[in-house]
Design a protein around this ligand. Structure first.
Ligand SMILES: Nc1ncnc2c1ncn2[C@@H]1O[C@H](COP(=O)(O)OP(=O)(O)OP(=O)(O)O)[C@@H](O)[C@H]1O
Ligand SMILES: [Mg+2]
Length: 248
């Protein structure tokens, strides 16, 4: 099977940190599917994603995204990849439409196409009525929905979302998950992180469970459940592999 993402022996220690954030991280995610990158707080999910997108440099290891090496092709990778960051990355004093127009211009999307796309996504994500309000007045769910649109304007074939449903209500979450299923059905690859394991179980075909900067286990969810006797769901599987010790 063709992989969208291949990560081999990735190590990373931030300059001021005491410990390694990644210690021999190995992962692979297939093309055309929705995969989950799951792990407790501080496991190394965001660091891994940041390296995948070329935002953070690894100390050692290899990362291939869509067949391209991140070390040499970060620009080309970003043209085909949409990143939804864990922290909402929007200008609070601009409206959703202004934020999206600015981001679309960075991708050099022609003005007319940009305007149409923004109108389409604002409607699809239920933001049309508030499109011209400053983002600082938005609810958490509205900010998250707008943050996702910002990653979609250049029609990426790979969408990477770092906790896209954190802190949003059930209506926003249902809308976001429905959209991700639809985006995947159109042939695109999705990698997502979440602490909501029921949600991940519903959405993902494959999961990787990471902890302490390395991958503990990775496979098709059904295969993983079969491998451990007495496991009924992803939450039980997660606790089986990560234990019950509190994290940072
Ligand atoms: N810029 C940084 N400088 C120093 N240490 C960092 C930095 N970024 C992350 N770390 C550390 O690296 C480790 C992994 O962090 P990371 O943010 O990748 O975890 P995560 O799995 O995304 O956690 P969460 O579920 O809380 O978002 C943690 O110990 C964190 O404190
Ligand atoms: Mg994180």
């Amino acid at each position: 099977m063709d992989n969208a993402i291949e990560i081999r022996d990735l190590n990373k220690k931030f300059p001021n940190a005491e410990f390694y954030s990644l210690q021999g991280m190995n992962l692979s995610f297939p093309k055309g599917e929705i995969s989950g990158l799951l792990g407790p707080n501080g496991a190394g999910k965001t660091t891994t994603i940041s390296i995948m997108c070329g935002l953070v440099q690894a100390d050692s290891g290899h990362v291939q995204v869509l067949g391209m090496d991140v070390a040499h092709n970060a620009g080309s990778i970003l043209k085909k990849t949409g990143i939804v960051t864990q922290q909402v990355a929007l200008y609070p004093l601009l409206s959703a439409r202004e934020n999206l127009n600015y981001i679309g211009s960075l991708y050099q999307i022609p003005q007319k196409v940009r305007k149409e796309k923004i109108a389409y996504f604002l409607e699809r994500f239920g933001l049309t009525a508030n499109a011209d309000k400053q983002v600082r007045h938005y609810s958490g769910g509205m900010k998250r929905r707008c943050n996702i649109i910002a990653s979609l304007l250049h029609e990426p074939e790979l969408l990477i979302l770092d906790e896209p449903t954190a802190g949003v209500d059930i209506h926003s979450r249902t809308m976001i998950l429905d959209f991700l299923l639809e985006y995947n059905a159109a042939g695109n690859t999705i990698l997502y992180t979440s602490h909501l394991l029921e949600e991940a179980e519903r959405l993902c075909k494959n999961v990787a469970i990471v902890d302490g900067g390395k991958c503990i286990v990775q496979d098709n969810i059904d295969a993983l459940k079969e491998q451990v006797p007495g496991i009924h769901n992803l939450e039980e599987l997660f606790l089986h592999y990560t234990g019950r010790t509190l994290r940072e």
